[in-house]
Design a protein around this ligand. Structure first.
Ligand code: SME
Length: 170
């Protein structure tokens, strides 16, 4: 079997996310297991875009995030709600884009090469935060509103409550 390639760096961002979403639709067909889904999303995004760190922190209590499936160098194990970019996104239940992590008060540097970051909350049916998707780049200002839209649609489609396979349509 030939090795699948997911490199989408040559594509405009919306097409890149559409391409990876189509790949994930095929790969995750019939899979209803959160860890398997998170691990596969992290892998496909990480290698698709060549990110520095790509993965999930899970809300194990209302005030604590613990690392989940990821790709990249060693991530910190736990982040308190409200701390760092991940804890801010979780506490405020919104996507946070940081163009320059050195200018973000309280940024938690797991990898010194990190320069910019986007964190997208994963919500349950009641709107509570189940997890966050954290993506880090070694380039300044690597993420914009197109990434926010692409990643939010992706987590809604594959990890959102009851929308698996229904198509987030955004
Ligand atoms: N930078 C994140 C912490 C997680 S790691 O970078 C993998 C933050 O400030 O929340």
């Amino acid at each position: 079997m030939s090795e699948p390639t997911f490199d989408v760096r040559h594509l405009p961002r919306p097409e890149a996310y559409a391409e990876l979403t189509a790949s994930l639709d095929a790969i995750l067909e019939g899979i209803d297991d959160e860890v398997a889904v998170m691990a596969t999303i992290a892998c496909v995004l990480h290698h698709g875009f060549g990110h520095l760190w790509t993965g999930f922190y899970r809300a194990v209590t209302p005030t604590l995030l613990r690392v989940g499936p990821y790709q990249g160098t060693l991530g910190c194990l736990e982040i308190a709600a409200g701390r760092g970019v991940c804890g801010t996104a979780a506490a405020e239940r919104r996507t946070v884009i940081v163009a320059d992590v050195h200018a973000f008060p309280g940024h938690i540097a797991c990898d010194a090469r990190s320069r910019s970051e986007i964190v997208v909350p994963v919500l349950d049916a009641a709107g509570a935060v189940r997890a966050v998707l954290d993506v880090d780049s070694d380039r300044l200002a690597a993420f914009d509103a197109e990434d926010a839209r692409g990643l939010e649609a992706l987590v809604a489609r594959f990890l959102g409550p009851g929308v698996r396979g229904a198509g987030a349509g955004r």
